[in-house]
Design a protein around this ligand. Structure first.
Ligand code: GLU
Length: 439
């Protein structure tokens, strides 16, 4: 069983989407189910609308899930499990206040030592606990032995009891901490492999220890994915626009291109351009490099151009919001524009420009003349003949001919080769001239 467990606290980060894609692929390859679990236990940071957005994005990428859970609905189980650990004396109530703890943290810092919980409340007698009316958290006693686990990407990982420490599993408000909720849910939902970002590596021994303390002995396998660095080699923060999947989609990058890029990143793949279904045939989690991967927007854009070319006419017109006749011709024209534009947004701007009426500031007279000559033109001939004919009729030459012609046809002073463009614009020329008729 595989799962993707996003927290709805902001835009979906590409690092998280990468984990979702890998989980989905591995679930498919292993004929296993895939869970979407919304980790909404951090009430202060939750943004409810983000839940729908995450679902929409996953659907857009074709990452279908078979089971859906909302973590906060499992609260009763989290509480039951915490009570079980308390009654078995594997966990204990801790009455230390924030102030006391921060003072001790401060002291450890001054002494240049790593802070560890000092065990103050660990051995309180039952009666002392019962009679204490102060608020308390529940801490799980640290393990006695090293915790060792295998990671598909990082190899064997070992943590000592002092690294794990006696950590908090239930907060003062009787809600579970991330580690506790996550470990319990993974156990209850029968998750057998956890694929997530490497920022969670230090949580893994804690989660293993929680499950072991609850008497769960089913083996869990792990893959911690290297972080994605920005173009300056720093960790890509959630605040960087490029890191938001929604931002990339809004820019006109196709889901298939983003998925392709995220699978390719720090990986050895047999081909460079593919979609998720194709990747199912050869994807191997063990081949993902453990070195951090650097986000390269140029590469993503290049991949996007290839995916635009791969789209069928119908889908491309839909992406471009083109609803009229001549879909095939329009899609061909759009694909032609990938030579100078890399996103759906840019291509749409270019194509929309061709079909809009604009006031010209340069070559006004020439454009007016050409548009008059082309008003009832049949556009039957090839470009060379068309050009010769129009030059002769207008008496214009060189730049004074080509610039106004380009402006009239595309509303732009530069762009693809007119010779090639003319052939593709042909089915639309009557409309274009009608629209632009400046005379
Ligand atoms: N909610 C955590 C996150 O979004 C999930 C981590 C995990 O997969 O266990 O980072």
């Amino acid at each position: 069983m595989y799962r993707f467990a996003p927290s709805p606290t902001g835009d979906l980060h590409i690092g998280n989407l990468r984990a979702a894609i890998f989980n989905y692929i591995c679930a498919k390859q292993n004929n296993s189910d895939f869970i979407l679990r919304i980790e909404d236990t951090d009430k202060a940071r939750n943004i409810p609308e983000k839940i729908d957005e995450i679902q929409e994005i996953l659907r857009l990428f074709g990452l279908e899930w078979q089971h859906y859970y909302v973590q906060s609905e499992n609260l009763k189980f989290h509480r039951q499990m915490a009570l079980k650990l308390l009654s078995e004396k594997k966990a204990f109530a801790c009455f230390c206040t924030e102030e006391e703890l921060s003072k001790k943290k401060e002291e450890a810092k001054k002494a240049n030592k790593a802070y560890r919980y000092d065990g103050k409340c660990e051995n309180l007698a039952d009666i002392e606990v019962l009679e204490n009316e102060k608020p308390f958290v529940i801490r799980l006693k640290k393990p006695e032995n090293d915790m060792i686990f295998e990671d598909f990407i990082k190899g064997t990982l070992k943590f000592s009891p002092k690294d794990i420490d006696s950590f908090v599993i239930m907060r003062v408000d009787k809600t579970p901490t991330y580690n506790f909720a996550c470990a319990v849910d993974d156990m209850l939902e029968g998750v057998s492999c956890v694929i997530r970002g490497e920022d969670h590596v230090s949580n893994t021994p804690k989660q293993e220890h929680i499950r072991a303390s609850l008497g769960y002995d089913k083996k869990m396998t792990y893959a911690h994915l290297p972080i994605i660095l920005n173009e300056n080699g720093l960790k890509m923060s959630k605040r960087e626009a490029h890191s938001s999947v929604k931002w990339l989609l809004d820019e006109g990058i196709l889901p298939a291109a983003i998925a392709n890029y995220l699978i390719l990143l720090g990986n050895k793949t047999p081909v460079e351009i593919f979609d998720i279904n194709e990747a199912l045939q050869w994807f191997d989690l063990k081949k993902v490099s453990k070195a951090p991967a650097k986000f390269d927007m140029k590469k993503l854009l290049q991949i996007n151009r290839e995916h635009i070319k791969r789209l069928d006419d119908e889908s491309l017109c839909k992406a471009l919001a083109y609803e009229k006749e001549l879909k095939k011709e329009y899609a061909t024209l759009a694909k032609f524009y990938t030579q100078e534009s890399s996103t759906i947004k840019e291509i749409k701007e270019k194509l929309d420009l061709i079909f809009t009426k604009q006031a010209f500031s340069e070559f006004k007279d020439e454009i007016s003349l050409l548009s008059k000559l082309l008003k009832d033109y049949d556009f039957a001939s090839e470009y060379e003949d068309f050009k010769k004919d129009l030059m002769q009729k207008s008496g214009l030459k060189g730049k004074n001919f080509f610039m106004p012609l380009r402006l009239l046809l595309t509303n732009s002073t530069h762009g693809p080769d007119l010779n090639e463009l003319y052939a593709l614009l042909k089915p639309f020329l009557k409309d274009i001239i009608k629209e632009k008729n400046v005379s």
